[in-house]
Design a protein around this ligand. Structure first.
Ligand code: ZN
Length: 175
């Protein structure tokens, strides 16, 4: 759990104009967040925080791998991820989020980066993610092949002939 505590930035405690932070996040991080999309992974996150007049600019560089189920065989696979993101953080009366502008209550002054990083990563996972060719679970691959062979033969036998083709075929027969 202590890795999650490190992801909380005390904005009022930032003395320097520029602050750089580095984190390695592992399975414990994903387990603690318990998000729907990613349960395991290993990430390196570099954050640079710039103190400006009236706001803080956060630049994130996140890269590593996440472990997610393959779309084809459902076994776990490693998906490489890399993403650059920016947040503008302001102090205000109540917490709010609008696009990439986050307002943090002034009396607390804490930005918790944990879910932001999770969301940055979840957004760059390709919609279709599958193992490299030949790396899928062999039993599942075989079952899928049998299934798709069945399906295509069904389609062939049940498919009515396109009416335009039918006409052409008749013309051809006549000639
Ligand atoms: Zn697979």
């Amino acid at each position: 759990m202590c890795s999650l505590e490190l992801l909380k930035v005390d904005l009022k405690g930032l003395k320097e104009e520029e602050t750089s932070l580095d984190f390695n996040l592992d399975d414990a991080y994903f387990k603690a967040l318990d998000g729907a999309d990613v349960k395991n992974g290993s990430l390196h996150v570099s954050v640079s925080i710039r103190k400006a007049t009236g706001f803080f600019e956060f630049q994130f560089h996140t890269e590593g791998i996440v472990i997610i189920p393959c779309d084809r065989c459902l076994d776990d696979m490693e998906q490489p991820v890399e993403t650059d993101n920016r947040l503008v953080v302001k102090l205000g009366s109540a917490y709010s989020e609008e696009d990439d502008v986050i307002v943090v209550p002034e009396d607390e002054g804490i930005l918790d980066m944990a879910w932001f990083i999770y969301e940055f990563v979840a957004l760059v996972i390709p919609i279709r993610h599958v193992h490299a060719p030949g790396k899928c679970n062999p039993a599942m691959t075989q079952a899928l092949e049998e299934l798709s062979a069945d399906r295509s033969s069904d389609e062939e036998s049940n498919q009515p002939i396109d009416p335009r083709w039918e006409k052409l075929l008749k013309l051809k027969e006549k000639s």
